[in-house]
Design a protein around this ligand. Structure first.
Ligand SMILES: NC(=O)c1ccc[n+]([C@@H]2O[C@H](COP(=O)([O-])OP(=O)(O)OC[C@H]3O[C@@H](n4cnc5c(N)ncnc54)[C@H](OP(=O)(O)O)[C@@H]3O)[C@@H](O)[C@H]2O)c1
Length: 237
């Protein structure tokens, strides 16, 4: 299987660990990055041509389109895209009256529109997959409007809610063709900062393994709820 993971350039992060999991499973993996990553370089030594690094800034349409063209020269198709990259503003932890609201559009541009750019540019490669291709948008429970309890993380919550909406729109666009499936997924509470004193129950490597299994369970499901958790449960939009 050919898999692409965006935002894979942080060794303790979820994206990098998804790359590791799929390489371990024998898949060909495209890891998208914005800057050189030493740990990916080390993986490349071990996995050779099975690992392709692709430079792409998902906030810029030309960058995404250029990356898609470059990848099409190297790989015939993609079977799975995991939109994992995220960006939050420096005021993410501030409340409504303290946060600079002008930071919000950039978070939405990267975290939600960025994932849409990726699906649009790489769609021709998804369509060529010999199996049902799958797009996973890594969302968050923070993107649920129904369950929202926070007064901070405004930009993050808005961006993930917008990503969820994008998921539904793309699903509606593609579902009749039954060729490319799409979900948004809350990946669990994860120590993506790599800190042992982080109370989150899952390491990025553990979380990546759980998600890898989950994605294959849902690949052919065109009927179920589109926003799911790492425990394969429906989550309210
Ligand atoms: N940790 C949790 O408990 C938790 C809970 C719910 C959801 N999530 C979600 O899980 C995912 C992974 O979390 P994480 O903490 O591992 O993420 P992260 O490290 O904060 O971000 C992942 C990557 O996104 C990349 N990125 C940022 N802006 C970009 C851009 N313009 N173009 C391309 N890439 C860009 C970063 O690349 P650079 O290295 O170049 O900056 C970074 O390596 C995120 O979507 C997050 O929202 C996490």
């Amino acid at each position: 299987m050919n898999v692409m993971v965006t935002g894979a350039g942080k060794a303790v992060g979820l994206g990098f660990n998804l790359v590791v999991r799929y390489l371990e499973a024998g898949d060909t993996v495209v890891a998208t990055i914005r800057k050189e990553c030493h740990e990916l370089f080390e993986l490349k030594k071990k996995y050779g041509d099975k690992l392709i690094t692709l430079t792409m800034d998902i906030g810029i349409t030309e960058s995404v389109e250029g990356a898609a063209k470059a990848l099409a020269m190297k790989l015939p198709h993609l079977d799975l895209i995991i939109n994992n990259a995220v960006q939050v503003s420096p005021d993410c932890d501030k409340g409504f009256f303290e946060a600079n609201l002008d930071y919000i559009p950039n978070t939405v541009n990267i975290t939600s529109v960025g994932a849409m750019r990726v699906v649009k540019a790489f769609y021709p490669m998804l369509k060529k997959s010999p199996i049902t291709a799958l797009v996973i948008n890594i969302s968050s429970e923070a993107g649920s409007i129904t369950r929202c309890y926070r007064t901070a993380q405004i930009d993050y919550g808005m961006a993930k809610a917008a990503l969820n909406m994008a998921t539904m729109n793309i699903y509606n666009t593609l579902k009749d063709e039954r060729k490319v499936n799409i979900f948004c997924v809350h990946p669990g509470w994860i120590r993506t900062d790599g800190r042992e004193d982080n109370p989150a129950p899952l390491s990025s490597y553990e979380a990546a393994g759980i998600l890898q299994e989950l994605f294959e369970k849902r690949r052919e499901d065109f009927e179920g709820h589109r926003f799911i958790t790492n425990e394969n449960e429906d989550y309210p939009f």
